[in-house]
Design a protein around this ligand. Structure first.
Ligand code: FAD
Length: 585
């Protein structure tokens, strides 16, 4: 028998989305008990690493329509437009709410909230707190959550499985990392807010904890993963570590040059249409286009080779020391610490790096999934407001808008239920979790190591499902991933102890990543067109007739996922060409 902890609502994940959801529950009904689980201390969630800012209409010359249009165009029309409408409407309110909770937004001299330009946003609307926006937002949410006694934290609890009783999500199983014990959380509703899955790839801005655990949990429980083929590369990561140099650095005026010191983006179709400012977008083009431009420069032999792969240069020198220190202090620190370059005096070497998973757990506009009583929000969810390519600074706002909706939905769902699932049914539902963890401990002589398999997975994902894909490359990756999946059964833990067994946690994380990677590859194989971040060399055009649709990957225990499709919600913006000015693609 495993220990059962009974609560009203379980939230898995205490990053921006999870904390915002917890606060929404407490505000809706302070009598509802919330168990907030996180595999790390909340302030170590990846939200803390966000630098650039959060989008929401702030200026008189901007409008909700503008924000809507930028988002839908940026997403190459794969966004659900009802969701985007709701999102842009709620955004300013949520950001102002953050201010009231204490978030120190940067300000103009006249006291108004300052907004900076961001890629693909044709009007300045990105709110920021210097270049530590995520830190300040997460801190504000964390501090605010402490006000509510109904929110009980379970830090360093690693959730492994959803517990489903009679077709309803009735809790989760989680390992208490300190003791190694499996605990069962029984609840009336559950929210997954576990963040993205960038770690599936070798070179990523994502922290080590971004392993797609929640996506895999929902997927294995029968909820579809939506639009998983869409993985965003950020054009400016540091070579070697993958550490992000924020788009804010380009927003403030930084430029990208190739090995001939040539500002190569002028050769590509990236500029904003009228009315804002009447010149090409260049460095402020959307991320997918900028990363693709890098690839083309590389093919033409115009990048700079380094021991950590090819790079181009991000030049900030013309901004001057004062502006760099005032607006981009962290960028300066990071460049000095990690590549030994002071951007005041020399350009920073950068290359595209996996940054964000547009796809995720299929959810509706109210953060509700197809599994009764299960809600989801944040990067692990796919609503979808990001479509085929997220615009930078939309996701921090997405955490707030949809985190709050998930909290509200889960609260209402819990209040509508009289009773919890029976304890015996909860124990029964946890059999799979127990077996899975037990198997990892029992495996002896299998000879496979977590780090070895993870490396192979990383490499095949980059080779087969990177910035550009082909049927051939995806097919090869699929074969390798199936082999890795089979060999996963032979993983042998080096550490068989109970206390803080990171070896065990990493093995479970790898299991999640293998499932998520499989969904990415097969979804990419089936989408025979190029759209947003999904670019195929063998199908170079967007094909609205066949693929103006969300892909839904359904888990199969013994093979590749089944893929089917759902229409995109189009309300008022018919698919058009994603033109940003300029001449050449
Ligand atoms: C370097 C970087 C910079 C970024 N900059 C920006 C920006 O400027 N603007 C913008 O809009 N977006 C930005 N993004 C994207 C944005 O920050 C993320 O999409 C967002 O913060 C994700 O928040 P989240 O709450 O969904 O997940 P996270 O903040 O990643 O939190 C996930 C939570 O889930 C928990 N968890 C995960 N798995 C388990 C498990 N198995 N059991 C228990 N708990 C678990 C973790 O402990 C954590 O608490 C950036 C991303 C990165 C990586």
């Amino acid at each position: 028998m495993m220990d059962i902890i009974t609560t009203d609502i379980v939230i898995v994940g205490a990053g921006g989305a999870g904390l915002r959801a917890a606060i929404a529950v407490a505000e809706e009904n302070p009598d509802l008990k919330v168990a907030l689980l996180s595999k790390v201390y909340p302030m170590r969630s990846h939200t803390v690493a966000a630098e650039g800012g959060a989008a929401g209409v702030a200026k008189d010359e901007d409008s909700l329509d503008n924000h809507f249009n930028d988002t839908v165009t940026g997403g190459d029309w794969l966004c659900d437009q009802d969701a985007v409408d709701l999102f842009v409407r709620e955004a300013p309110r949520e950001l102002t709410q953050m201010e009231h909770w204490g978030c120190p937004w940067s300000r103009e001299a006249d006291g108004k909230v300052a907004v900076r330009p961001f890629g693909g946003m044709k009007v300045e609307r990105t709110w920021y707190a210097a270049d530590k926006t995520g830190f300040h937002m997460l801190h504000t949410l964390f501090q605010t959550s402490l006000k509510y006694p109904s929110i009980e934290r379970y830090d360093e609890f690693y959730s492994t499985d959803l517990l489903v009783v009679d077709g309803r999500c009735s809790g989760v199983a989680a390992i208490e990392m300190r003791s190694g014990q499996l605990r069962l959380f029984r609840a009336k509703s559950v929210i997954i807010a576990t963040g993205g899955a960038g770690r599936v790839f070798p070179f990523t801005t994502n922290g080590a904890i971004k392993t797609g655990d929640g996506m895999a949990m929902a997927y294995r429980a029968g909820v579809a993963l939506k639009d998983m083929e869409f993985v965003q590369y950020h054009p400016t990561g540091l070579p070697g570590t993958g550490i992000l140099i924020t788009e804010g650095s380009r927003g403030e005026g930084g430029i990208l040059v190739n090995k001939d010191d040539y500002r190569y983006l002028q050769d590509y179709d990236l500029g904003p249409p009228d009315p804002w400012p009447r010149k090409k977008a260049m460095e402020l083009g959307p991320r997918d286009r900028l990363s693709q431009a890098f690839w083309h420069e590389q093919q033409r032999g115009r990048t700079i080779s380094t021991p950590h792969g090819d790079v181009v240069h991000l030049d900030l020198r013309h901004l001057g020391e004062k502006k760099i220190d005032e607006r981009l202090p962290m960028v300066r620190d990071l460049a000095i610490s990690y590549v030994g370059v002071d951007p005041v005096h020399a350009p920073i070497p950068v290359r595209p790096v996996v940054h964000y998973t547009m796809g995720g757990i299929d959810t509706d506009i109210d953060a509700k999934t197809a599994l009764d009583s299960l809600f989801t929000a944040g990067e692990c969810a796919c609503v979808s407001i990001n479509g085929a390519n997220r615009l930078g600074s939309n996701s921090l706002t997405e955490l707030l808008v949809f985190g709050a909706r998930a909290g509200l939905g889960a609260a209402k769902s819990a209040m509508a239920q009289n009773a919890h699932a029976e304890e015996s049914a909860i124990q029964e539902a946890a059999t799979m979790a127990r077996d899975r963890v037990g198997r990892l401990f029992q495996s002896v002589g299998g000879g496979e190591s977590v780090s070895g398999l993870r490396r192979e997975m990383n490499m095949t994902m980059e080779a087969g499902a990177g910035i550009y894909r082909t049927d051939e490359s995806l097919r090869q990756s699929c074969t390798v991933m199936n082999d890795i999946r089979a060999r996963y059964a032979n993983i042998e833990l080096e550490d068989k102890s109970n206390v803080y067994n990171t070896d065990l946690i990493q093995a479970l994380e790898l299991g999640a990543m293998i499932d998520v990677a499989g969904a990415m590859i097969v979804s990419a194989q089936e989408r025979k067109e190029s759209r947003g971040s999904h670019q195929r060399l063998d199908f170079t055009e967007r094909d609205d007739e066949r693929y103006l649709k969300h892909s839904l990957a359904h888990y199969q225990a013994d093979g590749d996922p089944d893929i089917n499709y759902r229409d995109v919600v189009i309300t008022r913006s018919q698919p058009g060409e994603r033109v940003y000015g300029g001449e050449q693609k």
